[in-house]
Write a protein of this length. Sequence first.
Length: 341
Amino acid sequence: MAEKISSNLQNQDFSITNNRIAKPSSEFYTVFSQQEILHLIDALKTRREIPLKYSYKGAGANIWDNFYRKLIIPNWYRSNVEIQLLRDNFQYLNEKTQNSQKVNIIDVGAGNSYPVKEYIRKLDKLGRIDRYTALDISEELLEVSKRNFTRWFPFIKYTNSYIDIENSSIPEYLLHQNNINIFLHLGVTIGNLQHRVKALKNFRQSMGKNDLLVLTNEIGNNSQWDGIARGGCYYHAEQIYQRINKNIGIQHQDCQLIRKYDKKTDSVVANLKFTYDYTIDFSSTGINKKVEISKDEEITIWRHHKHQLPELIQELDQSELQLVHHSTNKYQSHIMAICKI
Ligand SMILES: C[S@@+](CC[C@H](N)C(=O)[O-])C[C@H]1O[C@@H](n2cnc3c(N)ncnc32)[C@H](O)[C@@H]1O
């Protein structure tokens, strides 16, 4: 009998507690820094979450880039909400920055840089762009951004750098005091973060008195989610789920993917639910940590929080930022908020 079980469950050990053991793959350890691994383990232990921001790293960069190019660009509904909102706000942004001859664009969470292509082209035509800086937690997406941007705009200065905007402000050497900086945080990324106010405070700390922060998010009431997964919640979450299974070493038959409204975070989440007791063993590479997860427990692998306008203003207020202008798309599903210190 014992032989039969072990042959059925390849790559798994049993401890005395009978938990199945998952051992993260070698790819897992190469993609993350030691500090990121420790954060990830802590998030798993204390709040049963693998922060979504880590899923853009390594092969996750391709997942996002493919998702963006295959599903976001051709889809009429989401059809470039960001591009349309940047188009709608072009004149406002231009007028607001007239006391500087040129602007620097600092795109935080730049992804593949697609959403800013049209905006940069228009700025360039007016001779108003000095430099584009792409910042991201994913080194691999920074590579994609660089490849795209330098092909589209070989004559515009391009810089990129790693950042985790929840943990640090933008380093001073990337800021250019002689021009106005326009910080972009697009792709409804603010709604995916755990520490939204911390991130906003980090933006605030990096901004000068004439600088602008431009962010987008979905707007609406999270608790009234209709239970139908769409867009990122459907496609992106599914791909992340499969990759986590593979990279952490959880067998497909021992878990399932569920989406739901989570009252605690007032967000729609995608959770990996365990159907078997598991121990995730991070002890290779000297990190002597294990996380025990019981049957029926869930870990969050994707999350999104829509803002209602008063709440967004409140979070900006807590971060000492003021909302100076905003607009929504024609379906009233997304907002572009323009802020100053
Ligand atoms: C939803 S995608 C949006 C990408 C792009 N701005 C767009 O609109 O298509 C989120 C991007 O932000 C990055 N990101 C997520 N969390 C981050 C964090 N805490 N700090 C820096 N970048 C982050 C991801 O790697 C990814 O490139």
